[in-house]
Design a protein around this ligand. Structure first.
Ligand code: G4P
Length: 282
């Protein structure tokens, strides 16, 4: 299957982000913990040059816990302060504050030497669509008050949210689109539902997912759908369709419906916590 995608407002969003980044001290980047490589847009490294960097592996609750430490090591080696989070869990996000402080330690020290005390560090959330940016901002900011946005340079309509004495957060996240010249990246984004479904062949994608799951998580499909995993992928998908009552005219299994069901179960973690990409730094 060939993955292609032409998102509309890419250039505009990138330009807006370029402007916003000038105002901030620390870039907090969200990636999906199930595909921590493919859900990261490499352009951000250029855009955020010279800024402190925090990387959050979000949707921790959907990913395989055993794969997380390897990815944290991988990104720490690249100079990020990294941790895994569940953006839906407010109380888990307190630690992110410490990470921001740690990331901005040098800047805070520099300010102190110049006699500037208690100037909050400014942070911004960035990431590809659907990675959990809005959820994160809502949970992280909680009841914090939004301040007016009429500060020089702040894009109209944007506001700083004062999280506490130390941190201010831009209320609007920076959006970057995933890059997938590499077809594996496209496939992984499609698995988690980050490519609009009308652009992909669901049956082909489901067959790819079956191959992956039977190889990396043997027994999962067998148990969940009561199917024989040793059969070929088309036979597995057919059995899933039959067992789940996806039948069409002529009493034939409906593979489109079966594919949709499998992808939906996977994307909503009904198959359990599964990570697609393993860190090279295991
Ligand atoms: P975005 O701003 O980056 O585009 O993403 P957004 O916050 O809209 O989140 C996309 C989806 O991911 C939402 O689900 C959101 O609830 C879910 N999500 C975000 N963070 C986490 C997380 O850490 N764990 C889990 N399990 N889900 C997370 P949705 O289906 O679009 O909406 P809804 O289910 O919240 O109604």
């Amino acid at each position: 299957m060939h993955f292609q995608w032409y998102p509309g407002h890419m250039t505009k969003a990138r330009r807006a982000m370029q402007e916003d980044i000038k105002l901030i001290d620390v870039v907090i980047e969200l990636v999906d913990a199930r595909i921590p490589y493919s859900s990261k847009n490499p352009d951000i490294d250029e855009l955020a040059k010279g800024k402190s960097r925090v990387l959050l592996l979000n949707k921790r609750d959907m990913a395989d816990a055993d794969t997380i430490p390897g990815w944290i090591r991988f990104y720490e080696k690249k100079g990020y302060l990294a941790m895994a989070v569940n953006a839906k869990k407010k109380n888990e996000l307190r630690q992110v504050n410490d990470l921001i402080q740690k990331a901005c330690k040098e800047k805070i020290e520099r300010d102190r030497r110049r006699g500037i005390l208690n100037r909050p560090v400014r942070a911004m959330i960035v990431g590809i669509p659907n990675v959990g940016k809005s959820t994160f901002i809502n949970s992280f900011a909680g009841k914090a008050c939004a301040k007016t946005g009429n500060k020089p340079g702040v894009t109209k309509g944007k506001q700083w949210i004062r999280l506490n004495k130390q941190v201010e957060l831009l209320d609007t996240p920076g959006i970057l689109w995933p890059k997938f010249e590499d077809q594996t990246v496209g496939q992984h984004l499609a698995f988690i539902g980050s490519i609009r479904d009308e652009l992909i062949q669901s049956v082909d994608l489901a067959l790819d997912l079956i191959v992956f799951l039977c190889g990396e998580y043997p027994g999962k499909l067998g148990r969940f759908y009561d199917v024989d995993e040793s059969a070929d992928p088309v036979a597995v998908l057919t059995e899933i369709a039959v067992n789940r009552g996806c039948i069409q005219k002529g009493n034939e299994p409906n593979l489109d419906k079966g594919a949709f069901l499998l992808l939906d179960d996977f994307r909503n973690a009904r198959l359990g916590q599964i990570t697609i990409e393993i860190s090279p730094d295991k």
